[in-house]
Design a protein around this ligand. Structure first.
Ligand SMILES: Cc1cc2nc3c(=O)[nH]c(=O)nc-3n(C[C@H](O)[C@H](O)[C@H](O)COP(=O)(O)O)c2cc1C
Length: 160
């Protein structure tokens, strides 16, 4: 069974967790990188991010190559943005028709996931969503604890 991790991370939380996971499972990793991204720590990131979410934007991604037919299990990691998954994940899901896969979802967030799971379920119809987990501010709340949690989760979930 071949595994693929696809993720987007703006502030590094999702990426830290992916880096941890790479030590405990065998997986190819695809990092989604938008061509244009405003990296800022100030409040402008919420205005910019909010515009993308509410206008259901699909930001253009840096070129990537993936042959999804190779994989049985797809692990998708995203931050929660305004109650849903990040716009770059939106681009990826609309550029790639994913069907008949085992899906594992993890979402970094600040405690308010709102429609994130139901939006993922809608976008991934025709697949089996095996397991999902959300982690609240992993870096702020202690990255090692979060890494342990996600590593245990993915190992257990892949055995299901
Ligand atoms: C534009 C933007 C919108 C966000 N919206 C939400 C939200 O609706 N709910 C929530 O719980 N957290 C929200 N957050 C917090 C992030 O989900 C959280 O900080 C997450 O850990 C970031 O992951 P990353 O470091 O991989 O980008 C938002 C953060 C940003 C930058």
């Amino acid at each position: 069974m071949k595994n693929l991790i696809v993720y987007y991370s703006y502030e590094g939380n999702t990426e830290e967790l992916v880096n941890g996971m790479k030590n405990v499972i065998e997986a190819d990793v695809l990092k989604l990188v938008p061509k244009k991204e405003k990296i800022t720590k100030n409040l402008f990131r919420f205005i910019w991010g909010g515009m993308q979410v509410y206008m259901t934007k699909k930001p253009e991604l840096e070129e990537y190559h993936v042959d999804l037919s190779q994989y049985d299990n797809i692990i998708i990691g995203s931050p929660c943005w305004f109650g849903t998954y990040a716009p770059s994940i939106n681009t990826f899901l609309s550029e790639n028709k994913i069907t008949n896969k085992n899906i594992y979802l993890f979402v970094c967030n600040g405690g308010n996931l709102r429609n994130t799971w139901s939006d993922f379920e809608k976008a991934l119809e025709g697949n089996k969503i095996v397991s999902k987990i959300d982690l609240v501010y992993p870096i702020k709340n202690g990255i090692e604890v979060s890494k342990k949690q996600i590593n245990e989760w993915i190992q257990k979930s892949l055995l299901k």
